[in-house]
Design a protein around this ligand. Structure first.
Ligand code: NDP
Length: 449
């Protein structure tokens, strides 16, 4: 394990997030490698950490003032052992190789858990859509796709959205792909309903995360009804996490963005959630305005000097981090546990640092890691691909039903793998082992490629 991580560090210097994600999986699958020496002999772990292909390119575009801007575009095609590459695009100024490699690596295991035939990938750009006009976003997306189109395709690599890439961006990206290729195919998921999208795709990650949380609670004969919940973020995943929690009888008291968070002790009800959706999806504004409209809520701006995030220091039963990676540090995790948290389900990818994960596991709370808990999004993306191939559209009920079944089966797979390898109830180990085993078996069968 030490030799493996040392080799990984030497090959990927300074890629902090990527090394963090690899180290967690490596720790979990030690037991699998001991039981299956054939994986070690075939150097499956060494091959899994090396992306099959990385594409990095220049994205020049012209802003509304007529000035030329330059961003960097990426696609990390991590692993295609079980299906075409699949994973979102992220547009955010923090995007770099390490972040996209960590996300691509996580995606491989997550996609394997969904039961659907999808390999893992991730991509995006350091472009920041915040504060840009629709025309600027369109020109950027067109320039980005004018290079990206060479590497993706309905049977090759099917990207979707992620941070900063929602329905608007997917529309502009799809339009450009269609023009360049002169074909109408399901090359992207998260499309509009009128042009090949699937019902429930916008809701899928948030709904799936709450379905997964419900499955975890059921193991303790409990449910979401009456639970007070902390949710971070206020984008796609956070919004639909809140919607499902409200529907199941829970109460959400927080939401955030990168500038600060709101605490609303009376709970974010349907009407208030509609306002958040308007603020974030239409006005493209800040969460601070929630506290201006609803004076019973308290707004706290981000203070970089603080060693912890006060959002995670409110008394609650369940926590749903739905913003970004490493948003829960050791102190935050300890605060959550001290305040009696019973469950953490990760809507975001890798939102908890390793020290925090240890604290949750030691406290024996129900802890659902992102690659299991937030797999609902990519699952419905997979169902969108199926509908596109069949040239059919399923009803809302049909897709939601599939989503519920998939989240149940991911939960069972995690439970079964954690029990088989002597760590019952440890969903981190369960998710890593179940995902790893499926991909490893496929790689072994396909030879050294
Ligand atoms: P959105 O862009 O819709 O929303 C992201 C939210 O997180 C915004 O409220 C944003 O605030 C906040 N945020 C982003 N970066 C930071 C930061 N560095 N510090 C504090 N807050 C931040 O993205 P999604 O909701 O789609 O994605 C959220 C998380 O869920 C990500 O980790 C993503 O990888 C993961 N995920 C998403 C899936 C999907 O289907 N969309 C599927 C599976 C996982 P602000 O507006 O100020 O930037």
């Amino acid at each position: 394990m030490q030799d493996f991580m040392q080799m990984c560090e030497e090959c990927n210097p300074g890629e902090v997030e990527f090394l963090q994600a690899v180290s967690e999986v490596a720790e979990s699958v030690k037991r699998v490698l001991d039981k299956h020496p054939e994986y070690r002999k075939a150097k499956i772990p060494e091959r899994m950490i090396e992306p099959e292909r990385i594409v990095i390119f220049r994205v020049p575009w012209v802003d509304d003032k007529g000035e030329v801007q330059v961003n960097r575009g990426y696609r990390i095609q991590m692993n295609s052992a079980i299906g075409p590459y699949k994973g979102g695009f992220r547009f955010h100024p923090s995007v770099n190789l390490s972040i996209l490699k960590f996300l691509g690596f996580e995606q491989v295991f997550k996609n394997a858990l969904t039961t659907l035939p999808m390999g893992g990938a991730k991509g995006g750009s350091n472009f920041d859509p915040k504060g840009k006009s629709d025309n600027e976003v369109m020109r950027f997306c067109q320039s980005f796709m004018s290079e990206m189109f060479r590497y993706i395709g309905a049977d090759t690599d099917v990207p979707a959205g992620d941070i900063g890439v929602g329905a608007r961006e997917i529309g502009y990206l799809f339009g450009m792909y269609k023009k360049l290729r002169n074909e109408f195919t399901g090359v992207l998921t998260g499309k509009g309903l009128e042009w090949g999208g699937s019902l429930i795709r916008p809701e899928a990650t948030g709904y799936g995360c709450v379905y997964f949380a419900s499955e975890m609670l059921a193991t303790r004969n409990d449910s979401m009804g009456g639970k007070t919940c902390l949710v971070s973020g206020s984008g796609n995943v956070a919004q639909y996490t809140v919607e499902k929690i409200i529907e199941l009888g829970g109460k959400v008291v927080t939401l955030s963005d990168s500038s600060g968070y709101i605490y609303d002790e009376s709970g974010i009800n349907r009407e208030k959630l509609d306002y958040v959706m308007y603020l974030k999806n239409v006005a493209r504004s800040r969460i601070k305005e929630y506290a201006e409209k609803y004076p019973e809520a308290v707004y706290t701006p981000v203070d970089p000097a603080r060693e912890y995030n006060p959002l995670w220091n409110h008394k609650a039963d369940c926590a749903f981090p739905c913003a970004t990676q490493n948003e829960i540090n050791g102190k935050d995790a300890q605060n959550l546990v001290n305040n009696g948290i019973q469950l953490v389900a990760e809507g975001a990818n890798m939102p908890t640092i390793p020290e925090g994960v240890e604290i949750f596991l030691d406290a024996k709370i129900l802890y659902g890691p992102g690659k299991a808990a937030n797999a609902g999004g990519v699952s419905v993306s997979g169902l969108e691909m199926t509908q596109n191939s069949m040239r059919l559209s399923w009803t809302r009920e049909e897709v939601d039903n599939y989503l519920g079944k998939i989240m149940k089966s991911i939960h069972s797979a995690c439970m079964a793998a954690s029990e088989e390898y002597g760590a019952p109830g440890n969903y981190v180990m369960g998710a890593n082992i179940a995902g790893f085993t499926k991909v490893a078996k496929s790689m072994l069968a396909q030879g050294v490629v």
